[in-house]
Design a binder for this molecule. Structure first.
Ligand code: ATP
Ligand code: MG
Length: 299
């Protein structure tokens, strides 16, 4: 059965998209079958993996993106999946096993103009359609905006695990705290829609520190995060095995550059990956993170 995972924090700009794109790539490189669903109307993960030209066509057409499943009779999720999404210059498939459900700017209409049946909220429509494809995957990853509005609700409702990307600063801690509060509210609101086969509502299973600058000591922000996580575990608002991941992602210019190249960092040429004297670089960080995620099974 696929592990369904949302990366979310109520703090914006902490690296959710960068983490999810590169972790998805690392998992695919491990031979896992991965589906990345983009639920952020900014479309950053979609633009990154499709490159601007391919994404522009979807955005201009208003078809082929995830919003279509919420317009009755227009599209099925399984028809929107772009298989082996990462392509080279001549259309060659560079990363077999990494598929994408893209989004486009029309996803914003889900928040403001959704006129579907109130008895079938978007998160239920999505969850039903996801059920038709999930047997094809080991991991289904959801990139979310920094909120739990309708688009993120689709991700959170379908997920079994939640991971919180964080920077070593006070605002990431505030974002994590707010996230747990909002999750609780959403789980209460959506409880009547859950079927027993879906398992328990998703809780936070891990915190992942991102963009760590060389030589910067992050022990204090890490300790504060650990204390907050412990408090949530005590009151059963975080999973019993929730932890701060040992793997953390260094700050590396190549992460920013990879977006413009339309490639996950693991596929950017070796000389551009900021390898230190030991040859150790940010690709190793993502690889460690993916391996730790594979090991970190829900209790
Ligand atoms: N490890 C890293 N090293 C260097 N830059 C990074 C790293 N991770 C992320 N960034 C940069 O930080 C910025 C924010 O990252 P990203 O877009 O992934 O965050 P986000 O949490 O998805 O943002 P949003 O809340 O807008 O969706 C981007 O410019 C990205 O390139
Ligand atoms: Mg993002």
């Amino acid at each position: 059965m696929a592990r369904k995972i949302s990366f979310i924090n109520y703090k914006g700009g902490v690296g959710k998209t960068s983490l999810i794109v590169n972790t998805a790539a690392a998992l695919a490189k491990l031979g896992k079958r991965v589906l990345l669903c983009d639920f952020d109307t900014q479309s950053n993960a979609s633009i990154w993996l499709l490159k601007l030209d391919r994404w522009n066509k979807i955005n201009a057409a208003g078809e082929g993106a995830v919003f279509s499943i919420f317009e009755p009779g227009t599209a099925k999720l399984q028809d929107l999946i772009i298989r082996d999404v990462v392509e080279g210059k001549s259309g060659e498939r560079l990363l077999p096993g990494l598929d994408l459900v893209p989004t486009a700017f029309n996803l914003v209409d889900l928040e403001s103009e959704y006129t579907g049946d109130p008895k079938r909220p978007p998160f239920q429509v999505f969850c039903e359609q996801l059920a038709e494809v999930e047997a094809n995957y080991d991991f289904i990853l959801f990139d979310c905006p920094p909120n739990i509005l309708r688009a993120s609700q689709c991700a959170v409702f379908s997920s079994n695990e939640i991971y919180v990307p964080a920077n070593p600063d006070a605002l990431s801690l505030v974002g994590f705290t707010l996230l747990v509060e909002k999750l609780q509210k959403f789980h209460q609101l959506s409880a009547s829609f859950r079927r027993s086969a879906m398992g328990a509502p998703a809780q936070v299973h891990g915190i992942i520190f991102n963009s760590i600058k060389t030589g910067v000591d992050i022990e204090v922000p890490k300790m504060r995060m650990q204390l907050r996580l412990n408090q949530f575990k005590t009151v059963k608002r975080a999973a019993p095995n929730a932890k701060i991941f040992n793997a953390q992602i260094r700050d590396a210019m190549v992460v920013r550059r990879a977006v413009a190249l339309g490639l996950p960092v693991a596929l950017v040429s070796a000389e551009a990956t900021d390898a230190g004297p030991s040859g150790d670089n940010v690709i190793t960080d993502y690889r460690r993170l993916a391996a730790e995620l594979v090991q970190h099974m829900p209790a």
